[in-house]
Design a protein around this ligand. Structure first.
Ligand SMILES: NC(=O)c1ccc[n+]([C@@H]2O[C@H](COP(=O)([O-])OP(=O)(O)OC[C@H]3O[C@@H](n4cnc5c(N)ncnc54)[C@H](OP(=O)(O)O)[C@@H]3O)[C@@H](O)[C@H]2O)c1
Length: 271
């Protein structure tokens, strides 16, 4: 049975062979925070980034190695199918095994129905949903061959449960990924669990100021949205939870419960 699926030994730090997690978009922001958290929890880390050289990625490798984790960087443009298809084979050639993929990388740019184009749809759908699908399939193939179980975590957005028409292409790409989470959980069981974690406002994005970011947190029912630590701990929990598949954990201070007619960024700019 896979180390990730053992109830009696759920903590990777206690395992003889450290499991390997591929974190996409790991060089910066939430992906980086997650990679370091998982490194501290006892995982070895395949650090995905867009291209090399990447000074942030190199610094992350140094930090992970200081924590005692094996870590390597792997470049891929997630909008390019051949790059994505080669990613898991490269991780396996370098680190020898792969137990989980966390699809954190994403394109987040603003548009609405009036500015929508095939180009904006495609630019979001390929990295935000296409790449997670191909990576889940590749992990499944490996787990079948290795006779192990594995886990895919798709990073989603509370906005799917609290919809507004802003960031339309992004939202549609995450809605497709949320549907894919259930479909893949069914198609790839019992080898793979496929789960989602949906965040609220966690880091300031784009032109959001620190004051606006703090105000956005205060607008949630709990008076605080998600933090980078909340995100990392939720992913670590999902990775070690052998009975959870095909569902999404909302980690957002209840933001999805407070209906908002526009994206919080637009609400704050207009108030
Ligand atoms: N931040 C928040 O408050 C928040 C709220 C809700 C949900 N989320 C979700 O949480 C996840 C992480 O959020 P974040 O703010 O850390 O994300 P981010 O900074 O917007 O993007 C993360 C990474 O994705 C990479 N990326 C985008 N397109 C790519 C491509 N075609 N090929 C390779 N890499 C690509 C970027 O690489 P480069 O650095 O090279 O551009 C970036 O480092 C995302 O899935 C996001 O939707 C975040």
């Amino acid at each position: 049975m896979s180390p990730l699926a053992r109830n009696d030994r759920p903590c990777p730090a206690q395992m003889p062979d450290r499991p390997v997690v591929l974190v996409t978009g790991a060089a910066r922001r939430l992906g980086r925070h997650l990679a370091l958290h998982l490194g501290r929890c006892g995982y070895d880390i395949a650090v995905h980034l867009r291209r090399l050289p990447d000074a942030d990625g190199q610094q992350l490798l140094d930090e992970l190695r200081r924590l005692g984790a094996r870590a390597e960087c792997f470049a891929a443009d997630l909008a390019v199918e051949a790059d994505v298809e080669s990613l898991v084979p490269r991780v396996l050639a370098s680190l020898g095994r792969l137990d989980a993929v966390v699809n954190s990388a994403s394109l987040f740019s603003d548009d609405d129905v009036h500015g929508l184009s095939y180009d904006s749809l495609q630019r979001h759908l390929l990295p935000n949903c296409g790449a997670p699908l191909l990576l889940a399939r590749a992990l499944h193939r490996h787990c079948e061959q290795a006779e192990r179980t594995g886990c895919v975590v798709n990073v989603l957005d509370q906005k799917l449960w609290n919809p507004n028409p802003d960031h339309l292409s992004y939202t549609l790409s995450k809605a497709a990924l949320e549907s894919a989470t259930g479909l893949l959980a069914r198609a790839l069981a019992p080898r793979l669990r496929v789960v989602g974690v949906a965040l609220g406002v966690t880091l300031p994005s784009g032109p959001m100021t620190e004051a606006e970011f703090q105000a956005a947190h205060r607008m949630t029912p709990l008076g605080r949205s998600s933090t980078a630590d909340d995100f990392a701990e939720a992913v670590a929990f999902l990775l070690r939870s052998p009975a959870i598949t095909g569902t999404t954990l909302l980690v957002d201070g209840g933001q999805h419960l407070a209906a908002q007619p526009r994206d919080v960024f637009h609400l704050l700019k207009e108030s």
